[in-house]
Design a protein around this ligand. Sequence first.
Ligand code: SF4
Ligand code: MSK
Length: 642
Amino acid sequence: MSTREFKDVRALSIASDAQQMIEVARAEGIETVWDRLAAQQPQCGYCALGVSCRNCAMGPCRIDPFGAGPQKGVCGADADVIVARNLGRTIAAGSSAHSDHGRDILEVFAATAHGETNGYRITDEAKLMRLAAELGIATDGRTTTAVAVELADLLMENYGTRRAALSFVERTPKVRQDLWDSLGVTPRGIDRESVEMLHRTHMGVDNDYVNILLHGLRTSLADGWGGSMIATELSDILFGTPSPVVSTVNLGTLKPDMVNIALHGHNPMLSDVIVQAAEDPDLIALAHELGAAGINLVGLCCTGNELLMRRGVPMAGNHLMQELAITTGALEAMVVDYQCIMPSVTDVAKCYHTVVISTSDKAKFPGAVHMSFDPSRGMEIGRDIVRRGVEAFANRNPSRVRIPVEPVQLMAGFSVEAILGALGGTPAPLVEAIADGRIRGAVGVVGCNNPKLTQDYGHVTLTRRLIENDILVLVTGCSAVANGKAGQMMPAAAAMAGPGLRATCEALGIPPVLHMGSCVDNTRILVLAAALANHLGVDISQLPLAGAAPEWYSEKAVAIGAYVVASGITTVLGVEPPIFGSRNVTGLLAGGLDDVVGAKFAVEADPERAAVIIRRHLEAKRAALGLPAIDVDTIVAPVATA
Ligand code: SF4
Ligand code: MSK
């Protein structure tokens, strides 16, 4: 452990459970993400600006941002090329993570269709038939199995090289499809675009930063309108399409008298079976024998969001809570699949009785017990995992159990189907509310936590400012968890909203902040945006919409930001991406892109100012559509911050 002075915990997180457990970790000498960030200071300035390159063994190279030192790498690449290549590779990595998750779901879906899985079934048959029909598959008089097999084959083709455009591109307005075609960014194959990006960014291939960035957009679109969308749609068909559900959030969801098992990562394909296995009477009896009142499952990160959305499983916390959940001393098992799982969780677990159980052969953790996922034995493996967690209860030290807060209620489950259902089956009421000004627009506030920023402050503050200005907020991922902890996601939170949004929410019985799911479920926001644009006969870029990722950290978040912008929705980032070493790249992404795809990026760490940027943007879009708009010059940042 470092001997330096600790920061006030209030600078690290606004969440009481996090603040209390950071103090506990410090008292016990347990290292957390904040300690490691401090130990890394100062972080590399070249990397932060994006001007370092290690793409070949003539390097590593870096460009001097002040102009005094080298302005070219050994191969001759300048700052524009190096920054664009680094960004392109980041997008490819993020797209690949989402899309490989989608492929895993697709393979389980295909195996289920062929009757080769155990613990899985087609839960939403109506959605299967709807999706198949949308994609041109005959459904009349055919069995569920026959349709599912054909749909699986079609979607597998979307991963390859045999298509001119991905199937879901058809969901976008025709004008957007034509724009993508004219720019040469229509995504063709999900794997293809990422592979091509790795090829282009090899030394001596694509040396034109604009060309690289355009392919970055194409790569991201293969995620948003491809891999991630497949993950969302097939997860709904296999595990059920979410509908509104009330549950609880924060570390108070852990129960002092129960076996607590946290399900962490991103993929619902094993965790959904674990939820079923935890209801096994034999396992519950075993828990009782060991002195526990029962088995309590909680979620972390986006596996948690998947289970919360569909099954109402309580949510223990977002990204920065994963180590702190263990320091409660009340966690018997942390079951991990992949993505956003810090390698450090096994180090923290060693200080307690917690067993970390890894389940994906793609994601092994030294110090964890590995129980390999196999869908043909899904239920059996699910039971084995739960049994392992129950048995760990015998090793719990009751004197170390500290559950810091009471849980907070939140409402989740707002799939596009659920939102349209609440509106009476058509986007018309939402369009009318936007048109007459009761709702000024809608903003997707999404993404992670990042220890460089005070945890949850960006999400919660930006959301508060938006809803009080009559802007509907759609949330996913770790943002949704932050908003839930802050009490912004129950219908009663309509009282925090401006008069127009408040009246709309009260009439519909919904919160002003709608939880739409996990990271891959950002595609639900795309689908809703496309439905609104198609309903109005305009392009997505003409709508009063925006995106925001106030506390992002991951490569996946970069891919999401890129596909949201490429789809026509301007997005504000709260953490600087490593692009500022190239004026040309920065100028294109934060300015020129608007003339190309009708949207651009902005970077603003202060959520108060980000709210102002977004409000001005929405009002400008309203004015351009001829809707009643506020003069954007009158929108100023509030003097006092809450
Ligand atoms: Fe250096 Fe060029 Fe190799 Fe990058 S690709 S490490 S800039 S020589
Ligand atoms: S879990 S990608 S920290 S949202 Fe999806 Fe949270 Fe970001 Fe991971």
